[in-house]
Design a protein around this ligand. Structure first.
Ligand code: NAD
Ligand code: TYD
Length: 342
């Protein structure tokens, strides 16, 4: 099978490109990625020069680029996106262009190019926020709260419409929060691990009791591969780890593993519209496709902490230049005004 993986130089995409090339010896992959601030060719080290892999730098919202990249492709997995909630709160423009317009450009090209399967990699954030109990099922209403989530929601609707109207063979996945190697250090786990490694404060939003359902990226990649090959057209599949944690617990686990003091935690001003709790009911993918998470959180988080500890050159290069401006704009005032300790 020949795959087009968009966003393959990002966190999940790079892990997925490796997974596919590593587990399917007769598959080949075209990676299409714009290399925005979040895209990084270093994430593809070791597979960039694989003869079964071709990297194309380009924009999924550019129909000409997409038409070229999609030629001869059997299936598309769309991971290209603007992905950080905090950035979407500051300015949603790029989120609309990439996540919404880009998805429609890909859908049109897939239809014209006779692509046999389109996998849209969505997120549990399209369902909004939960109270203290319950889980998101595939039937939960779409109630996005952030501009990021709203743009992913719009993309899901366009994918559904392409299936219903044009008969495109399309499947949507909605996964919970991922952690693992090559994640851009604007997201919670890599930000806290890399800050702790250099004794910088860990900015915990609000009361720190918001809940996320954490899944290792390798388990997400296995699920995407399974959906690609055996999922049913027109279906939505939730993917989750059954592993709910409060943010302050994640901070504590990281600090303990690195033997750093709890006083590095700073409670900072909360994110606007901050979703309180996400939890995924993954019964459907487990029953229909036989997928279950393989890596227990305790092992996965320890491996992840070890990876950032031993790949310092990777994140030091990332945490430079424009990142430092981003960090000051996002955290400077909040940290200066913050209260310390847990
Ligand atoms: P990421 O931000 O690490 O990577 C996104 C990639 O997309 C980058 O390589 C970037 O260069 C590329 N990109 C951005 N705009 C592009 C454009 N216009 N054209 C081509 N490439 C472009 O994101 P990630 O965490 O790897 O997430 C990948 C996908 O998975 C996203 O669609 C996201 O919504 C979804 N998702 C992520 C998580 C998570 O916890 N990280 C959970 C569920 C779903
Ligand atoms: P994030 O990694 O941005 O993922 P998402 O918002 O898409 O779930 O954030 C995960 C949780 O961690 C979320 O509740 C917000 C919180 N958080 C902090 O407390 N401090 C931070 O600096 C960041 C980036 C996130």
């Amino acid at each position: 099978m020949k795959l087009l993986i968009t966003g393959g130089a990002g966190f999940i995409g790079a892990n997925l490109v490796r997974h596919v090339l590593g587990t399917h010896p007769t598959d080949s992959v075209v990676t299409l990625d714009l290399l925005t601030y979040a895209g990084n060719l270093a994430n593809l080290e070791g597979v960039l020069d694989d003869p079964r892999h071709r990297f194309v730098r380009g924009d999924i919202a550019d129909a000409g680029v997409v038409a070229d990249a999609i030629t001869g492709v059997d299936a598309v997995i769309n991971l290209a996106a603007e992905t950080h909630v905090d950035r979407s709160i500051v300015d949603a423009t790029a989120f609309l262009r990439t996540n919404v317009v880009g998805t429609q450009v890909l859908l049109d090209a897939a239809r014209r190019g006779g692509v046999r399967r389109f996998v849209q990699v969505s997120t549990d954030e399209v369902y909004g926020s939960l109270g203290p109990t319950g889980q998101f099922t595939e039937e939960s209403p779409l109630l996005p709260n952030s501009p990021y989530a709203a743009s992913k929601c719009a993309a899901d609707c366009l994918v559904r419409a392409a299936h219903q109207t044009h008969g495109l063979d399309a499947v949507i996945t909605r996964c919970s929060n991922n952690y693992g190697p090559y994640q851009f250090p604007e997201k919670l786990t890599p930000l806290f691990i890399t800050n702790a490694l250099v004794d910088e404060p860990l900015p915990l939003y609000g009361d720190g009791r918001h809940v996320r359902d954490w899944l290792h990226v390798s388990d997400h990649c296995r699920a995407l591969d399974q959906v690609l090959r055996t999922g049913r057209a027109g279906e939505v599949y939730n993917i989750g780890g059954g592993n709910e944690r409060q943010n302050h617990d994640i901070a504590a686990i990281i600090l303990r593993a690195l033997e750093k003091p709890a006083t590095l935690v700073r409670h900072v001003e909360d994110r606007l519209g901050h979703d309180r709790r996400y939890a995924i009911d993954a019964t459907k993918i487990e029953a229909a496709l036989g997928w279950t998470p393989a890596l227990p959180f305790e092992d996965g988080i320890q491996q992840t902490i070890d990876w950032y500890r031993t790949h310092r050159a990777w994140w030091e290069a990332v945490k430079s230049g424009a990142y430092l401006d981003y960090y000051e704009a996002m955290y400077g005032d909040r940290l200066r005004a913050a209260k310390g300790g847990e």
